[in-house]
Design a binder for this molecule. Structure first.
Ligand code: NAD
Ligand code: TDX
Length: 334
């Protein structure tokens, strides 16, 4: 079985590559990644010598190269993570989001259609549904209309619609997963949780947008990986599956939890200008996926504690990142 994982040098794709290499020794796992600012291969030190792991440096939007590669490798499964993923960057400049997220997905769909893949799993996000208000009885279901609010989520919704269209028009066997916010090892420190951990550990101020009351629904990345494994093997062709573990927290609660766990002072919190078009609340109803047989393993308290410990144990990974190009981005952005 040849499995192509795009974006496997990034956060979630990277965790999924390791999950697949370790759990499916009989599958050949191909990690295809352009190695943008968000991609790095040092995370794969423990699997890079395994016989079933292969890396290909390529741009998903490079049509000729991708079509040739698919004909050569005859992938059975495509699990598509590669994307520009940071909302704030899309607000500053959305051009690369359209190229990688929309055009890149279209190229992969064309290539998958040419070689009749068994399944194309498109990794999407709850952000395509827009925002919920603060009524805790409301959730995103698979039937919630798409109402993306940021250039990032609009690019993801566009790619979701292309994936759907390739199923309707050409009968391509697809699934779309829409997951809530992930956290866990190798999360790039521009995102709220790793940004907070790394800055608190360095006694630096943590920027909280607006009043900090916006709500996100957090899922440990390992639980996302097991959900994708299930959808890839058991998902009904053409279906969308929402992924989430009922872990709603305000941003302020998340930041306070990290500060408390690290035994630091809340004086590190700095309320800053709100994100433009900042979505109020995300919350997932995962019943459809649970009916397929999925259950998350982590509760937030255990997951966040283990994640904080991971950042303490793996300082060399994130220190290298925050000392490079990223520091320039951070200083310009805040
Ligand atoms: P990430 O930014 O950490 O990683 C993205 C990876 O894609 C990087 O390795 C990058 O080099 C690669 N990439 C970008 N453009 C590429 C291109 N043109 N060709 C080849 N590779 C390219 O992202 P992430 O947080 O791991 O998110 C992965 C996917 O999951 C994305 O599609 C995102 O929309 C989706 N998602 C993320 C979350 C979350 O909380 N992070 C939640 C739901 C869904
Ligand atoms: O410095 C910050 N301060 C702050 O208050 C940052 C970076 C974020 N925030 C807030 C904005 C959000 O309400 O924290 C919340 C989480 O922000 P991000 O970590 O940027 O994630 P979010 O915008 O929710 O999007 C994430 O989840 C869905 C991923 O980055 C997306 O790729 C995924 O689709």
């Amino acid at each position: 079985m040849n499995v192509l994982i795009t974006g496997g040098a990034g956060f979630i794709g990277g965790n999924f590559v390791q999950y697949m290499v370790n759990n499916y020794p009989d599958y050949d796992i191909y990690n295809l990644d352009l190695l943008t600012y968000a991609g790095d291969l040092t995370k794969h030190k423990e699997i890079e010598d395994k016989e079933n792991y292969h890396f290909i440096k390529a741009d998903i939007a490079d049509r000729e190269n991708i079509l040739t590669l698919f004909k050569e490798k005859k992938f059975d499964y495509v699990v598509h993570f590669a994307a520009e993923s940071h909302v704030d960057r899309s607000i500053t400049d959305s051009e690369i989001f359209i190229r990688s997220n929309v055009l890149g997905t279209q190229v992969l769909l064309d290539a998958s259609k040419e070689i009749n893949v068994k399944k194309f799993v498109h990794i999407s996000t709850d952000e395509v549904y827009g925002e919920l208000d603060f009524d805790p009885s409301t959730f995103f279901t698979e039937e919630t209309p798409l109402q993306p609010n940021s250039p990032y989520s609009a690019s993801k919704a566009s790619s979701d619609l292309l994936v759907r269209a390739y199923h309707e028009t050409y009968g391509l066997p697809i699934n779309i997963t829409r997951c809530s916010n992930n956290y866990g090892p190798y999360h790039f420190p521009e995102k709220l949780i790793p940004l907070t951990i790394s800055r608190v550990l360095n006694d630096e101020k943590v920027p909280v947008y607006g009043d900090g009351k916006n709500i996100r629904d957090w899922l440990h990345v390992d639980d996302h990986c097991s959900a994708i494994d299930l959808v890839m093997h058991k998902g009904v062709d053409g279906e969308v599956y929402n992924v989430g573990g009922h872990n709603e927290k305000t941003n302020l609660e998340v930041v306070q939890t990290i500060i408390k766990t690290l035994d630091k002072s809340e004086d590190l919190i700095e309320f800053v200008k709100d994100r433009l078009g900042h979505d109020k609340r995300y919350a997932i109803n995962p019943t459809k996926l649970e009916n397929l047989g999925w259950q998350p393993k982590y509760d937030f308290d255990t997951g966040i504690e283990q994640t904080i410990q991971w950042y303490l144990d793996n300082k060399q990974w994130w220190e290298k990142i925050i000392d490079g190009e990223y520091r320039k981005y951070f200083e310009k952005h805040y």
